[in-house]
Design a binder for this molecule. Structure first.
Ligand SMILES: Nc1ncnc2c1ncn2[C@@H]1O[C@H](COP(=O)(O)OP(=O)(O)O)[C@@H](O)[C@H]1O
Ligand SMILES: [Mg+2]
Length: 183
């Protein structure tokens, strides 16, 4: 049995932060997908100053480091990784959950290099077509124009997925990515 666990420690400085952390873990628990990181359980320390999210430990780390260490991925490898990321987004959207912060650092890799979407810290349950984001805070390079104005729509996750695809194709070259996004 593989019992390796990772624990995300969140420092709580306000009521708002405890609410956000509970929401992050709660959203992770709603989605049952091999392409989205699960939350095993949560707990807090006695004083309530720290909140812990326990999850499976994915020893292959994140996609940013993977690309740094493997700068010459083949088209087939990129396509396979991208397909997994799209399945993860579809599974999240099936629960009406917008990830809202998709980027290389937030994609983890399982033992067999299946991509697993993590860090649901900015994710939101969409209530209706006119949902707005309370906090705009995703990585600017990966954010869709509408999400930068606070609009919460599922299409924005696909914009970010496109930037991830670009990052995989150009070995995460910031200059190329800037040119593609801003011309
Ligand atoms: N379950 C996990 N297994 C292995 N590494 C992880 C796991 N969760 C997070 N990490 C590592 O920690 C980094 C930060 O995690 P993340 O949840 O994105 O936190 P933050 O909210 O600080 O961005 C990830 O990019 C990854 O390298
Ligand atoms: Mg992160």
């Amino acid at each position: 049995m593989n019992c390796d666990a990772a624990i995300k420690i969140i420092m709580i400085k306000s009521e708002n932060e405890i609410e956000k952390s509970v929401m992050e873990a709660g959203l992770m628990q709603q989605i049952n997908s091999q392409f989205v990181l699960k939350c095993t359980c949560t707990f807090a320390n006695q004083s309530g100053s720290q909140f812990f999210i326990v999850m499976p430990f994915l020893r292959n780390g994140n996609l940013a480091d993977f690309i740094k260490n493997n700068p010459s991925l083949t088209t087939e490898e990129i396509a396979e990784l991208f397909e997994g990321i799209l399945y993860g987004i579809i599974d999240m959207h099936a629960h009406n959950i917008l990830h809202n912060d998709l980027k290389l650092d937030n994609i983890l890799l399982s033992n067999d290099l299946t991509p697993v979407i993590g860090d649901l810290g900015l994710s939101r349950k969409l209530i209706n077509e006119k949902s707005y984001l309370k906090d705009v805070g995703g990585a600017i390079l990966y954010s869709s124009p509408e999400s930068m104005f606070g609009k919460a729509v599922k299409e924005s996750d696909y914009f970010s997925a496109g930037m991830i695809l670009l990052a995989m194709c150009c070995s995460d070259d910031g200059e190329i990515m800037m040119k593609c996004k801003y011309g």
